[in-house]
Write a protein that binds this ligand. Structure first.
Ligand SMILES: Cc1cc2nc3c(=O)[nH]c(=O)nc-3n(C[C@H](O)[C@H](O)[C@H](O)COP(=O)(O)O)c2cc1C
Length: 168
């Protein structure tokens, strides 16, 4: 494999590619892409994205149908779906606090502050909570797209799909 492109080069070389070679991507490279995507920042570090990897041939066909017949999900060896989870903060987010402590990013005081600030902030969002989660998911997706370019893989962001069909 070639040396990874630096960030400015990856940004400038990236293009939305519409046809792909079908050859599979090595699992360690797939893992690396996910690792780099989830290193993205998120509001209150909620990491409120859910990343679904589509590689199975039948799922690829179903996804292309959900994308109004666009062929990228069939041709490309894999498609990552970035879903936003506006309710993640209502679940168990202890692992996020533990990660903050383990990496040295947060102190116990920071964790205590977040424990009270997160519910207050999220409640204040009202109808905008989906928008906030979508922002976080898009930042993570952008990390992945630029990481892929840097590591020698082409990509295409896609917005042309039926949300209901993709969920189904
Ligand atoms: C949010 C988003 C959604 C997009 N959706 C599609 C899509 O559904 N199908 C497609 O072929 N290209 C899609 N594109 C690619 C754009 O057409 C492309 O980024 C734009 O024409 C600029 O070209 P470039 O990415 O090569 O610089 C999308 C791009 C973005 C950022």
């Amino acid at each position: 494999m070639n040396a990874p492109l630096d960030v400015p080069s990856a940004i400038l070389h990236r293009r939305s590619i519409k046809s792909f070679q079908t050859r599979s991507v090595p699992p360690e490279l797939v893992r690396r892409l996910v690792e780099l995507a989830i290193a993205a920042p998120s509001s209150y570090n909620l990491q409120d994205w859910r990343i679904v990897l589509i590689q199975d041939e039948m799922q690829k066909v179903a996804l292309a149908e959900a994308c109004f017949g666009q062929q990228q999900p069939i041709q490309a060896p894999m498609t990552f779906i970035f879903a936003a989870d506006p309710n993640s903060w209502k679940g168990d987010i202890t692992p996020i606090y533990e990660q903050g402590i383990r990496t040295g990013a947060w102190t116990e005081e920071t964790v205590e502050y977040f424990k009270s600030a997160i519910p207050k902030f999220q409640a204040s969002l009202g109808g905008r909570s989906r928008e906030y989660a979508v922002k976080d998911a898009m930042i993570a997706a952008t990390h992945m797209v630029l990481a892929a370019e840097s590591l020698g893989l082409s990509t295409c962001f896609m917005n042309g799909w039926s949300e209901e069909k993709v969920k189904g």
